[in-house]
Write a protein that binds this ligand. Structure first.
Ligand SMILES: [Zn+2]
Length: 189
């Protein structure tokens, strides 16, 4: 069963444009959720954590958890300058469940921030998501909560490998120099 109606509007406000992001960030670096880039009032934000002596605020427990999984990526200044999506797709193997459970699980997974589309068949689930907004671990946890048990150890090993590779991808992105710093140095005679 397909749930093509998964859309950003169902998961809150649309993400701000890059120019707006930079402007807001320069105004007050603590006024924005570093994961989903939602503008926040730091005084009233209910979720926060401190990383390298900077306190970050979040719109939800989901975004706070996402940050703690990859603080090197989300805490990097370039994060605010280049908020491009990082699309991922996986076919996850799940135990056979009834059609009613599949339909409910599809609706619940569509509500998870960062999940773009869900296709649940007999024994599998095709998931498209944005790695910036949700990790594979978070997708797996949401699937278990929605009553879709994931298949055993061999598939578990494969998922661990995917998670590892995706985590490394974020850390590599964080460590790349910003485009403004990669220009050739100016020579003065
Ligand atoms: Zn958020």
């Amino acid at each position: 069963m397909s749930f093509p109606e998964c859309s950003p509007t169902r998961k809150g406000k649309p993400l701000p444009l890059p120019q707006e992001v930079v402007k807001m960030n320069l105004h007050n670096p603590q006024s924005m959720d570093p994961v989903c880039l939602t503008k926040l009032d730091a005084a009233t934000a209910s979720h926060q954590l401190t990383y390298r002596n900077i306190t970050y605020h979040f719109c939800s427990a989901h975004c706070q958890e996402r940050f703690s999984e990859a603080p090197v990526f989300f805490g990097a200044p370039r994060r605010f300058e280049e908020p491009h999506p990082i699309p991922k797709h996986h076919r996850l193997r799940v135990a056979s469940v009834t059609q009613a459970i599949r339909e409910m699980a599809g609706i619940r997974l569509c509500e998870v921030r960062g999940v773009n589309s869900v296709l649940i068949g007999d024994g599998y689930a095709d998931i498209d998501y944005d790695l910036r907004l949700v990790s594979l671990n978070q997708v797996e946890a949401a699937m278990k909560d929605a009553g879709l048990p994931l298949k055993g150890w061999l598939h578990g090993l494969r998922r661990s490998l995917w998670s590892f590779v995706e985590h490394n991808e974020l850390e590599n992105l964080a460590s790349q120099p910003s485009p403004c710093c990669s220009r050739a140095p100016i020579r003065v005679r």
